[in-house]
Each structure stands twice: as C-alpha cells, then as structure tokens.
Design a binder for this molecule. Sequence first.
Ligand code: F6R
Length: 599
Amino acid sequence: MCGIVGYTGKNEALPVVTGGLFALEYRGYDSSGVAVLCGGKTEIVKKTGKLENLMAALEKAQLKGTCGIGHTRWATHGEVTETNAHPHTVGKTVLVHNGIIENYVSVGKMTNTDFKSTTDTERACALFNELYERCGDGLQTITSACREFVGSYAFLVMFKDEPDIFYAVRNGCPLVVGTADGGFAACSDVAACDFGEYYKLSDGDVAKVTKDGISFFDKDGAPISKEALTPKKSFSAPDKCGFPHYMLKEMEEIPTVLKNTLEAHIKDGLPYFEGVEDEIFKNMNRLRIVGCGTAYHAGLVCEHISRRLTGIEGDIYIASEYRYSGHKLNKDDAVIFITQSGETADTLACIRMCRAQGAYTLGVVNVPTSTAVEECDGVILTHAGSEIAVASTKAYVTQLAALYLIVLKMSLVKGTLTEDEVRGLCGELLNGVCAESRLSDTDKITINRIAEKYSECRDMFYIGRGLDSVLCSEASLKLKEISYVHSEAYPSGELKHGTISLITEGVGVFAILTDERLYLKSIGNIEEAAARGGSVIALCKEGFCKDKNYDLIPCRISNDLFAPFAVAPRFQYFAYCMTIIKNLDPDKPRNLAKSVTVE
Ligand code: F6R
C-alpha cells in the first residue's frame, strides 16, 4: 500500500527518496510524488501511474536539496489524480501520509483552507499548518495536531522555515527512522532504505530528524530514548534473478522455502517452536485463527487438518470481521494470527484486541521485522523470504507448513497421535512433500496448454469436497486477483443448491480431487456441471479421472493429508499462465496492494 520515505543529511535527498520509493513499489500504488526543501522553499513533483512517470518529470524538474520526502499512494479518499497524490502542502507545511484520518471532515473544518484535493491528508496538512502558524514550533505542532486525529497514520512533515529537518510520527502504521546514506532517513518499511542502524517508532512517538541526528519524543513532546536496531540482512533485496516475473520466481522457490520452514520448526524429528510453551497447545480446546485473504484461507486448511488429527474443531475468522465481532476471550485462550507481511491493519487490530482481553497471541508471520512479530506473545516464523509479487504463492505454502506443524504439535501434547506417528508425519512432510510441491517441465507444459484453452473463459467455478473444497477458495482468489477472470469457490455438493444455474456452455469448472474417500461423490457433482455445458479442468491425484473427458492436471500425492502442498503450486501456476496469456502483469494486479495497512 502507500509507502513513505524521507531523508536529510549531507547528500542530495532525491536519490535516497526515489530509491526507497522503488523499493516499496511492489506493495502497490497508483501515483507518486516527492518534495525537496531548499532555501525556505519546497518544490513538489507528483505524477499518476508508475514511478517511471515521476522519474521522467524529475529529470526535467532538476530538484536540488538535501532534505526531502516522497510517497507512493494507493488511493483511499479521492480518485487517482496528481492533485490527490502526495506530498500535500498548505502554507508552510509539506507532508506525506500513510493511513486514513477518519475524522478528516471535522479536521478540515478546524482550519480556514480552500482545499484543492479530496483527500483526508490535505485536511490534516491544513491543521498542521494552522497550528504551526500559531506556535512557530515544529515539534509542538506535531504533538498538538496528532491529539485531534482519529484514525491511523504515519506522517513525514517538513516546515518550510525549518531547514534540513523533517518530523516523523505514527499511530497504527509502520514507520522507522535511522542512519542512511551519510544522513538520516525514515521509511514505512525498514527493508526499503539502506539503514545502518534504525529505530522503530511506536504509536505516539515523534522523531525530529535533522541533518545532524535524530531525537525522540513522546506524544506530549517529552524527550524519550529508543533502542537502536540493526537491520536483518536475511531478507534479500528484490531481484527477479532472471525470471520474467517475481511471481514465477517465487513459485519456483516453493520446494526450497517449504524445506526451510519445516527444518526451522522440526527438531529431533518432532515439531518445535522456540519460545512457545507446550502448555499453549495443550490448553487449546478450540482452534481460533485470524487472518485476511490468503492467510485466512491457510487457516481454513489448518482447521480441516486439526479436526482430522486432533478432533479439535476451530473457528477461522476474517480479521476485518473478527475485530468488531465482540468475541469474548480470557487468559486461558490462545488465538493464532496468520500474516505474511505482519503489517495488515485488521490483523494487527485483532492481535491488540485479543491481548487486551488477556488471551495468548501466537503469530505465524513471514516478515521477521514486522509489527506482528513485535506484538504477538509467541511467534512462529515462516521462512518464505521476501515475497514481492502481490499474489501470495510461496508464503501461503509456508504458512500451511507451519500450521501443519502446529496441528502435529497439538496432536502430540494432547496424545491424539503417538510420538512415533508424529515423527513419521514430520518425516513425510520433510522428505516427500517438498518434492511433490515441485512442478516438472511436463506439468508446466500441461498447465500452460490448458490455460491457453481456457483463456477466453469469463467465469470459472472452483469445486471440491473436504480438504479440496477449502483449497478451492485460495485457487479461486489466485485466478481472479491476477487474471481478472470472475471466479467463485464452492463445495462440489453445494452447486445444485443455487449456483448451478450459472453453469452454461463455456463456463469453466475447475475441480480439485485428491481425496480417495470422496472421489465418486465429487465425480457425480462434476458430471452435473458438465451436463449443463461446463468445461471441466480436473486438478487431481495421479490415476484419478483417467476415463473422463476432462482437461487433467495430475499430481503425485503420496498421502492425502498433505495434498495441499502438491495442489497449491499447480493452481497458482494455472492462474499465472492465464494472466500471462492475457498479457497482464501478474506482479502488480490492478487495485491491489501487497501490504494492506488500512482497514
Ligand atoms: C492474496 C494475498 C492477500 C493477503 C492478505 C493478507 O494473494 O496475498 O489476500 O494474503 O492481504 O496479507 P498478510 O498475510 O500480509 O496479512
């Protein structure tokens, strides 16, 4: 989503700021802009569309100055226009903003400003400016203005008559400051700047960043000290490594990152989670899992597996619903939060809500430096490495790996499986499953051929039973989010309760069949769809559907329990092929952002 970068120091600000914006680009944006402060004046350049458009404009504008801020915007309030793009300026104030100021209408009314844009940000900027005009002090302005805001924000603010200085303040949106490039930088993601050491702002913290150093203050303006951190270099810098798209590269990495995740959490042949007591799993009498999108879908798989192996049922919640659901928890409860980025606003809000009620919060998180890692009581890291493509592929598979190990741990501590059984399943995961997740050249050719055949298809229904039915939800999301083909996921048996009325000639039916026990039932449902004109693709266990006239994507599955690890890479690759055939960019689908930092 929106990204912000600031710099002040002895070097030109623009290369650092635009470099940071490029590093944040993968998160998704629709316009961008920069402002440089020099000699009591600020120059602002903004453009809609790709950063290349901004760079072309900057070449002409030749902005010079050693203090500057920049932004990539993902529109919330107001359409995608240059006027609505950031930075915004009112009077002596220039700023960039991530988040949403919910009370922006009343904030705007507190000032006497003729607004040019329709954004909440310009209203906030006007309030900063009004207060600055009154007191003439940057720090006091920041703390007073923030008292008025309702909502989430990370701001970088410059005042035209405070040379070489910018202020950073946050509430609910990530923001770090630190040493970088012969000066000091601020950024919404630590990985986007080449920090020496850095400091994480907490809600309410204000950083005054000058060309000589950084000072920190609390929400009332009293000085505070912060702990210096060293960036973890384990997260590789974005690099396609010769692949045409990040998504393809990330799918190729699945067998490796799956192995990395399993090896990190299997010790002496059994599931092991550093820092998480066995008691937590022993006390779980109900599985509670919270996440959004793909992470939520990983939770659905976990619930299914848990029912099968431990007999424990679960409640899997979409974070944006859970946070307002009024669920009551107590100190004996534990809740699992799945999040790749660790910065998803709704998921973070749920973590805080559960902690406030005294429940134990267990994060299954990919980004080790994220807010979720910081805020959860216990953390199980997935080791997918940085995922740049908007559509989650390898991160989803590693989430599944971590969740399977959680269920195996529960089975062990609750005694629903013996130690030998758990050891055997851990061994299968490590040795068999990683191999089954790898696509051969033949697999790729088959899937691509089928995608070509279905490339004109406008509707695709994903159907399956049991575990396959929950995989359908993720398969359907993958297809629609990057290829823009309308798709829906249904349990196979549910079609005839309404949705089958939509199955006509040319409608795609993508069936997932991996469960021996449900095979004949599934075939019956597929035939019902085929009889009404549906064209059937079957992603199935090797040997299934051989006598059928379906387009087959067979995969080797040695144990039905672990089918998701073989199935997911194949439906992800199908979505990728459909997207490429349509000449669309799978890495940056329209309207989407990688890290959803607003609710
Ligand atoms: C879809 C996708 C999203 C994310 C969701 C949660 O491919 O990636 O649905 O899964 O936005 O993001 P995280 O896991 O970062 O909390």
